[in-house]
Design a protein around this ligand. Structure first.
Ligand code: AMP
Length: 378
């Protein structure tokens, strides 16, 4: 396999913060970056060498983009299949289109995972109100109804507390293809970010503990506070998922940990993940550099955690009373500030994050939360 070496150009489909941090890692190693998305002055475009602004359906623009780069990756999985196929006519796309095909659609993802013997949340495919009612009888209430495609951060989902709410939830979702999941009364949430090289070598970042607020990731901590054997099993499952999907690149497996210590896969992200942002500051090789190494056919780097770390997301809500007090957050010497260059601070929008390093994970969480509070203390 020919390696893509420093000096070459990496094409990134998508232009958000994941692409931005990927581009920072790539430029640090002497690569050039070309991003493609429908927007301009984007988080990725601001640090890339080139930014193409065109629709993902503009296959001529995709051809030109693919012809201008040495390898294509993506930072956002909801890229239409014909777009990926067109790019793949000219240049390697990593991870391949089959990985996107399975992971951009909840039903396909769950069918694949359960067919391969991985533990998933009990679910039923739902195409009508009748099927929803039948699924509610089988799975019981409460349950969570989710659109099959194009959902993230709790968008396109509704909790159904009792069968009486089914009709309203079905109408509100406004789709004809959905998944009903049993509601998991979990003890905690966790994720494993792992990478697989072109030769099939694997590397993982161990288990990261996650807490969500309003369905959006709020705080991550490494290492996660889980029994050793549960952590080992999560890592084993994640590595097996990368192998089963024949991933080249980074993939994150998100888990629910049930009260009796069982692991259930919630979802997969075929790219660097929000819960792995702390690897930028806390690990020898960040998830972004690892993605770069994997897609370029380079050896993977060490994933060693240098110090326990925590990450706190900064959502647009923090701007409600004006610009946050950046200086106050920077007065914590072990806290790193990351901002994504987004102009508009809307509630729920991911604008940046803080990473705190400490001597133990609990202190790291406390430091990250304290620095975040300082942003809005006047
Ligand atoms: P998702 O976008 O599907 O990852 O959901 C976002 C968050 O909503 C998850 O991380 C959980 O905190 C919560 N959630 C989603 N599905 C379920 C479920 N079946 N049971 C309990 N909580 C859920």
């Amino acid at each position: 396999m020919t390696q893509v070496l420093p000096g070459a150009t990496i094409g990134v489909l998508g232009s958000g913060q994941l692409g931005r941090m990927f581009a920072i890692a790539a430029r640090r190693m002497g690569y050039r970056v070309h991003t493609f998305s429908p927007d301009d002055d984007t988080p990725t475009g601001q640090v890339a060498d080139w930014e193409t602004t065109a629709s993902y359906d503009d296959l001529d623009a995709i051809r030109k983009f693919a012809q201008s780069v040495n390898v294509v990756t993506f930072e956002f999985e909801n890229i239409p299949t014909p777009t990926v196929e067109r790019a793949a006519e000219y240049v390697a796309v990593r991870p391949g289109g089959h990985v996107l095909y399975h992971t951009q659609h909840r039903l396909r993802e769950k069918t694949f995972l359960s067919g391969a013997g991985f533990p998933v949340v009990p679910y039923r495919a739902v195409h009508s109100l009748e099927e929803l009612n039948a699924a509610l009888v089988e799975l019981g209430a409460p349950a969570v109804l989710k659109t099959a495609g194009f959902g993230y951060d709790g968008k396109g989902q509704a909790k159904i507390h009792s069968p009486a709410e089914a009709a309203t939830a079905w109408t509100a979702l406004g789709t004809n293809e959905a998944v009903l999941e049993a509601f998991v009364d979990f003890q905690s949430e966790a994720s494993v970010v792992a990478a697989r090289s072109v030769e099939g070598h694997l590397a993982d970042y161990g288990v990261i503990g996650n807490s969500h607020r309003n369905h959006i990731l709020d705080v991550s901590v490494a290492p996660a506070d889980l029994p050793v054997e549960v952590g080992r099993e999560a890592v084993r499952i994640a590595r097996a998922v990368l192998e089963a999907l024949d991933v080249v690149g980074v993939l994150c497996v998100e888990f629910f940990v049930t009260r009796d210590g069982q692991l259930l896969i919630n979802e997969l992200a075929p790219r660097p993940h929000n819960s792995g942002h702390l690897t930028f500051d806390a690990n020898v090789t960040s998830q972004f550099e690892q993605q770069l190494r994997a897609i370029c056919g380079l050896p993977l780097g060490s994933t060693e955690l240098l110090r326990p770390a925590a990450m706190a997301n900064l959502l647009g809500d923090l701007w409600t009373a004006g610009e946050p007090n950046w200086s106050a957050a920077c007065s914590h010497p072990d806290v790193k500030l990351h901002l994504y260059g987004k102009e508009q601070a809307r509630p729920g929008r991911k604008m940046g994050h803080l990473t705190a390093l400490a001597t133990d994970p609990h202190l790291a969480v406390e430091a990250a939360l304290s620095a975040r509070r300082a942003l809005t203390e006047r």
